[in-house]
Design a protein around this ligand. Sequence first.
Ligand SMILES: [Zn+2]
Length: 408
Amino acid sequence: MTKRHSSPENSPESIIDLAPEGRHVYRGHTLFNNTPTEIVLADGRVQTIHEIGAANSDLWIAPALIDIQVNGFAGFDLNVATVTSEDVSAMVRALWQVGTGFLCPTVVTGSFEGISNAFCAIMEACKSDPLVARSILGIHLEGPYISAEDGPRGAHPLAHVREPDWDEFQRWQDIAEGQITIVTLAPEKKGAIPFIEKLVANGIVVALGHTDASANDIQAAIDAGARLSTHLGNGAHALIRRHPNYIWEQLGADELWASLIVDGHHLPPAVAKSMIRAKTLDRCLLVSDAVALAGMKPGIYQFAGKSVELAPERCVRLVGTEYLAGSAIELARGIENSVRFAGITLEEAVSLATLQPMRLLNAEKRVAAQTNLILFEWDAAQCEINLLATIIGNELVYHSETRSTEGN
Ligand SMILES: [Zn+2]
């Protein structure tokens, strides 16, 4: 079944109406305050959004998801030398199809030229595609000032790992026209603490990640203004002293928020649950950390120069090994898993992928200035989100023909 074809006037209980003239009317409740709301679209654009008396529907209206760590999606990779503005636009538009409507494109460790090229492509995409510009909340630079050690370094190329360099960073920030808003680094690197102080003084969110830091290094970074642990529990040694170690130190630091990859692979369910409980909902947020394989069909691919297998359970491993080679989830799946693993509510889980990253980035005004929304149904028994529509900058950019509850 697809959408109902009836006018809003004669079916006040309906969720979606497609009037003869092609007008869409969605009725549901806003997720965070449960307000019955009607959204009227015509010619693919929002005409009105207004509160109504009641909406007898199971449709939820929420802000579009905010993902502060996206390396690629649907085959488009920000971290290849050949990345173009068209790739960036295509990646962002593909993310709209899965409910992610705001993001920080994430550029990882590479040569000066490679990182510069990625920033140029992102900025060019924002200029040539105004709707894409409405989705980008800033750029996340992950590396190159990270641990050179196997384990903490993760998949970042050793040849390009280096010490913090303020002049280099400033050149990048100029190329990125001031849009670098998050930097993930290792606080034990030489010169990292004064480097963090400068970043913080420039309004940049400093995140600890890909690090082998001691407790003293972590405390010094906190004192310098670091605010986040990037994908806590990952970018770490496979074997680690049980305590103290850099995971416990960051988990126990109330000054640090934590971003978590809740795909069931990067963090086992019990670890995700424990971290969400320990950090509390006020200091957690979800990221996909998606690589280009996210959004692709299962199979064997060449990725970052290696043969990797994308398994049906959205897990990327080096072929023939148990080693994770990147994340392939959509942020919406992280919401579902957070409900499953941590026993939190849908509203709480969605806040980890909307309100929390917005607060971290101090982006309340920028988010409020855009009409970037998602409309979805929630299957509580299966813990599944059924995305019905994504609206970016008042435009309907994704629209599902399938409703799971149609006819019920
Ligand atoms: Zn990482």
